[in-house]
Design a protein. Structure first.
Length: 470
């Protein structure tokens, strides 16, 4: 029976442990904090729980246009509702803890040996766990490194967990920030900006690029930027934060231009650093990138035979779903099961702002710069009946297909529930469906998914390279 040792109980380690047990492996999982890792305890689950509350508040803001009134006839329901942030965050922490305990129970039930401690390599075939009861040694036929990452902070920002915070600390707030300054306009910064503004806080977002979400589809990011401005978020573009200091009950963010922004709190959302220091990688011969990430191939192998890696500690995509896939693939490959290398072209991702962005496959940029030849249709959702019913305008469905075969190779959706809607496009991309097959599949009327079918039909019916419908 193969001895499998996993360091890290986040999405990669958790799914790998389950996969290895199903294939008959003897599995030991070493986790220092709690099952689920950052994804469950301080990142994905907590942030999307906060976003959910923000989305409810955003719908309340729009309720007046739907005919909802307060008893006195006032249509501005949003300003009449207060959010108890302490209660919201307590629920989030309890939810994260409950999810962690559920995962722990499932792994125990599956026969995974759980060790509470810090794991490190002791050469290529042994793992050491530093526990409260001393060091424990585990020989291994297969090792999976799934150690995750931690928030990156600015050298000039003295994070204190009270006024100057990282995304791992913000759930300890007891009171709504009077003015939250967010440094970083990537996915994390944008999601928190959207959520906290909807919860009632004044928000300033400092973006180093020309608009928010620089890594997303440019048309989609432009809609989010405009939605932020319409909602009263102060977006400072083309600006870099030089320092963040605390001044009594305020924080002062100094920009490279010399401008200073004062607020009550500051969230530093400038990426993450892989947890790869001090775990014996160099001595074992595991190759790293310049940024300290573990180099892996399509089946999660590192540079050392028998050692695999998954999740945010690797040089792969930084998504919980990708970490899970990397962990499963590692076990399938190492334990002799059928395996297909990870294809990042089939990975769907989402940004949980209001509205949401969801994407998969090739990008508009690749088409524009000539890297890939494809046809495109962009269909606005303003004419969609379901969109009108919800008073939720400004989104679109964008599909890409190959010009000759009409195979669907990508898509972008901007809408409420975009994270749910992208699945049908994901299925099409994964299974190489044509726009005819996608467009001829029945969609319920009235639904947002109907616009996906219609976009596919538009690609079939127009011989041109690009179709933009207004």
């Amino acid at each position: 029976m193969a001895q499998v040792v996993i360091i890290g109980g986040g999405p990669g380690g958790y799914d790998a442990a389950l996969a290895a047990r199903r294939l008959g492996g003897e599995v030991t999982l070493i986790e220092q904090r709690g099952l689920g890792g950052s994804a469950v305890l301080t990142d994905v689950v907590p942030s999307k729980s906060l976003v959910s509350v923000g989305q409810i508040m955003a719908r309340i803001r729009e309720a007046g246009a739907l005919g909802a009134r307060l008893k006195d006839g006032d249509t501005d329901l949003w300003k009449a509702v207060d959010v108890d942030l302490a209660a919201v965050n307590e629920r989030i922490r309890n939810l994260a803890s409950s999810q962690s305990q559920d995962q722990k129970a499932e792994l125990s039930q599956m026969g995974v040996r759980l060790v509470h401690g810090k794991g490190r390599l002791n050469g290529p075939h042994q793992v050491v766990a530093e526990t409260d009861n001393g060091e424990l040694y585990f020989p291994a036929d297969v090792i999976l490194l799934a150690t995750g990452g931690h928030p990156r902070v600015l050298p000039s920002a003295q994070v204190d967990g009270e006024r100057i915070l990282t995304w791992a600390q913000i759930y300890d707030l007891e009171h709504m920030p009077e003015h939250l300054i967010i440094i970083g306009s990537g996915v994390t910064g944008a999601e928190f900006a959207s959520a906290y503004r909807a919860l009632g806080a004044k928000v300033t977002l400092v973006s180093s690029r020309h608009q928010v979400l620089p890594s997303e589809d440019d048309d989609a990011a432009a809609i989010i930027q405009q939605a932020f401005l319409d909602f009263g978020i102060n977006v400072i573009n083309d600006a870099r934060a030089e320092s963040v200091v605390r001044d009594g009950d305020e924080v002062v963010v100094t920009l490279a231009s010399g401008e200073q922004v004062r607020g009550s709190h500051c969230l530093v959302a400038v990426g993450a650093i892989p947890n790869t220091d001090g775990i014996g990688l160099e001595d074992a011969g595991v190759a790293l990138t310049e940024s300290g990430h573990i180099k892996v191939d399509g089946v999660s192998r590192t540079s050392v035979r028998g050692i695999y890696a998954a999740g945010d500690c690797t040089d792969g995509m930084k998504l919980a779903s990708v970490a899970s896939a990397q962990g499963r693939i590692a076990m399938w490959h190492s334990l002799g099961d059928a395996v297909e290398p990870l294809n990042t072209r089939t990975v769907a991702s989402a940004v949980f702002t209001t509205p949401e962005i969801a994407t998969i496959g090739i990008t508009q940029k690749e088409i524009d710069d000539g890297t890939i030849k494809a046809r495109m249709v962009k269909m606005p959702l303003a004419t969609n009946a379901r969109t009108k019913m919800k008073e939720a305008y400004g989104g679109f469905v964008k599909l890409f297909c190959l010009p000759t075969t009409h195979i669907v190779v990508g898509g972008v959706i901007v809408s409420f529930w975009a994270s749910e809607l992208i699945h049908s496009v994901s299925i099409a991309v994964k299974n190489k469906l044509t726009v005819e097959q996608l467009g001829n599949a029945f969609a319920v009327y009235p639904t947002l998914s109907g616009s996906i079918s219609e976009a596919a039909r538009q690609l079939h019916g127009h011989p041109g390279e690009e179709i933009v419908l207004y």
